[in-house]
Write a protein that binds this ligand. Structure first.
Ligand code: ADP
Length: 268
């Protein structure tokens, strides 16, 4: 008999003992220790992410409170940088909250008919305004199929993939959003002609706070949690994330939804 408590597996079994049997109780702590290590890493990462902006803000506050730095240009510059750092902390807290809410409702995805084509038309408009004319963005809707799932969660996952494509593609690049049905599965993909990713990083991208280039991620307002959120949402929908990329050429992130999640109408 096996029982699980906080990642700890307890097994109870009868084993032969001479001509009798004895009861053996074993405790597998491997998983427990792995979870503890992940927790420690997570807290260390969050602390580090918050410490940097707090140090910057603290430093500027000190500068501003010094009367000899009353020059309006210096004040303006300091206030602008402090606003940036505050926004960075706000994004981080929002992403952390989103992740913890997702974990709370794991396997409890509210079932709704999600109109993916309509959602993508809205996300396309948002992408256009986020890109502000710096990229050529295309939208391909090859299927009218809807999805059985949670609208808010799917929207946040798709929007994370789109904002990554914008953030990791330089001016003048191409970004294509697509919704189609392939082999009975619903596929949402975001293809970009951006900086691409070296193959050795791909398996780790959905880990919390994993970034290929920390500097670039920060510069573009990244928290390092976007793909962890995407992965979580997709897992709750029994969907999988496929990532293909070529450094210097671009990347394609596709979410594959199983046939059981697809609602295909007459024209779907
Ligand atoms: P971040 O906030 O750093 O973008 P994510 O979890 O969304 O965090 O992504 C993790 C890392 O994956 C990023 O830091 C970046 O290095 C890489 N990445 C994600 N999307 C792309 C993309 N479209 N092109 C190139 N690299 C990407």
């Amino acid at each position: 008999k096996q029982s699980r408590h906080q990642g700890l597996t307890l097994s109870l079994q009868f084993v032969p003992y001479g001509n009798k049997q004895k009861l053996l109780l074993t405790r597998d702590v491997t998983r427990f220790e792995r979870i503890q290590a992940m927790r420690r890493d997570f807290v260390a990462n969050v602390s580090h992410e918050l410490r940097t902006p707090l140090t910057v803000i603290g430093g500027f506050l000190e500068t501003l409170s010094d009367e000899s730095h009353s020059d309006p240009e210096t004040r303006k510059w300091a206030l602008m940088l402090m606003t940036d750092q505050t926004m960075r902390m706000q994004h981080l807290v929002e992403d952390l909250l989103a992740l913890s809410q997702l974990e709370d409702t794991e396997n409890l995805v509210r079932q709704e008919n999600v109109d993916v084509p309509e959602m993508l038309r809205q996300l396309y408009d948002e992408a256009q305004s986020l890109s502000a004319g710096r990229h050529r963005i295309k939208l391909g809707i090859d299927a009218a199929a809807k999805l059985l799932g949670n609208t808010a969660e799917l929207r946040s996952a798709f929007s994370n993939l789109i904002s990554n494509a914008i953030r990791y593609t330089t001016c003048g690049g191409d970004i294509t959003l697509n919704w189609t049905v392939r082999d009975g599965q619903g596929v949402f993909s975001v293809q970009d002609s951006g900086i691409g990713i070296e193959p050795e990083h791909i398996p780790r991208l959905t880990e919390r706070f994993y970034r290929v280039d920390r500097g670039r991620s920060r510069e573009t307002g990244g928290t390092g949690l976007g793909l962890a959120i995407v992965k979580h949402v997709l897992t709750c929908h029994q969907a999988r994330l496929e990532i293909s990329s070529e450094p210097g050429k671009g990347s394609c992130f596709s979410a594959w939804f199983p046939p059981a999640r697809l609602i295909v109408g007459k024209d779907g």
